[in-house]
Design a protein around this ligand. Structure first.
Ligand code: 2U9
Length: 345
């Protein structure tokens, strides 16, 4: 019996030593120390021993069982430690690795132009005014000295919802609405950015829908000199300090006198090139002194008040500023086009 116990001890300890994981270690524990295991069997056989041998053999069984248990526990601690190490290694983070770049979007070029214009004019004491894109014939045409049947309406043919309701062709109706709110009392200093519509065939320089920015100042003693000075500040700020401006006479039903403004060509510096078609000048906007009839219809006394107004397409500014050759790029949203206007530019 003693031999058998020693054999079992050796066998069990060897297996414990070789156990590769916690599951096989537990199998060994059950196999050797469990109720149906060989050691329990030896204990059961002790009844047959003499009274002398029994305590000796009992002590040996306890010793063997204690030793196997101790070794199993040691091995278990070792395997558990190993498992923790393995897990830590597999979850290891290399803090020296470079981070994944965060993709930052950017504003649309038209948004950039509009926000730049807004900042500039807010700095000069203007307020931003907005209004409906679906407008009444009265605010879009009538109040701007374009009565029904006026030939200049053709130039701004639009999409009609009904006979009297239409998609606005300019943001001028916002100016009229703002003037009405002032109830004949100046000053009015506003910038009106917004979407406008025209019945036009789309091509590289025309779009049936575009963004306009219009400005209006109404007060006592406002003159052409104020308009010219303001437009010069605008041109130099948006296109560069080295740009010159010139005003040419023009006609709009809502301004009298009316002008168109050119800026000197950046490409040739005024010498004449293909961009300015050999003239050295590029047309950018229209403007003029608010027609007295327009002032009157909006509730201002033209004997006391005068005003200037101007209008420009945001696409036109963006095309000149960024060298874009086709207006349709602004609407097709090709990511390769849009990404060129990111902050890192
Ligand atoms: C009121 C009175 C007058 C706004 C003006 C222009 C001249 C002009 C065009 C530029 C390019 C339209 O976007 S475009 O196609 N605009 O030339 N706009 S004067 O005059 C006003 C506006 C409101 C009450």
């Amino acid at each position: 019996m003693e031999e058998r116990l020693k054999e079992l001890r050796l066998e069990a300890l060897e297996k414990v030593e070789q156990a590769a994981d916690l599951k096989s270690l537990n199998d060994i524990r059950v196999a050797y120390l469990g109720k149906k295991g060989p050691i329990t069997e030896v204990l059961r056989g002790m009844g047959k021993l003499s009274a002398e041998e029994r305590p000796k053999m009992g002590a040996l069984v306890n010793e063997v069982r204690a030793e196997i248990t101790e070794q199993i526990e040691k091995k278990q601690a070792l395997l558990e430690e190993e498992a923790v190490q393995k897990q830590l290694e597999s979850e290891n983070i290399d803090v020296t690795l470079p981070g994944r770049p965060v993709r930052v979007g950017n504003h649309h070029p038209l948004t950039k132009v509009i926000e730049e214009m807004e900042d500039l004019f807010i700095g000069m004491g203007y307020q931003i005014a907005e209004g409906p894109e679906v407008e009444q014939d009265y605010y879009n045409f009538e109040a701007l000295n374009l009565p029904k049947g006026h030939p200049a309406r053709d130039m701004q043919d639009t999409f009609y919802i009904t006979e009297e309701i239409l998609m606005r062709t300019h943001t001028s109706p916002v100016q009229v609405r703002t003037m009405e709110k002032h109830k004949g009392k100046g000053p009015v200093r506003i910038i009106c950015p917004g979407k406008v519509y025209r019945r036009d065939n789309d091509d590289a320089t025309h779009s049936h829908q575009f963004m306009q920015i219009e400005g209006l100042v109404v007060d006592e003693n406002i003159s052409m000199a104020d308009l010219k000075g303001t437009l010069e500040v605008f041109a130099k700020n948006i296109f560069g300090e080295d740009r010159e401006i010139r005003l040419r006479p023009s006609f709009f039903p809502f301004t009298e006198p009316s002008v168109e403004m050119d800026i000197s060509c950046k490409i040739c510096g005024g010498e004449g090139c293909h961009v300015c078609k050999g003239t050295g000048w590029i047309e950018v906007l229209g403007g003029g002194m608010v027609h007295p009839r327009v002032l009157k219809m909006a509730g201002f006394d033209p004997e006391i008040y005068t005003g200037f107004a101007f209008g420009i397409g945001a696409e036109r500014i963006a095309m000149l500023k960024y060298g874009v050759d086709d207006i349709r790029h602004f609407y097709t949203n090709d990511i390769r086009f849009l990404q060129q206007f990111s902050v890192q530019e």
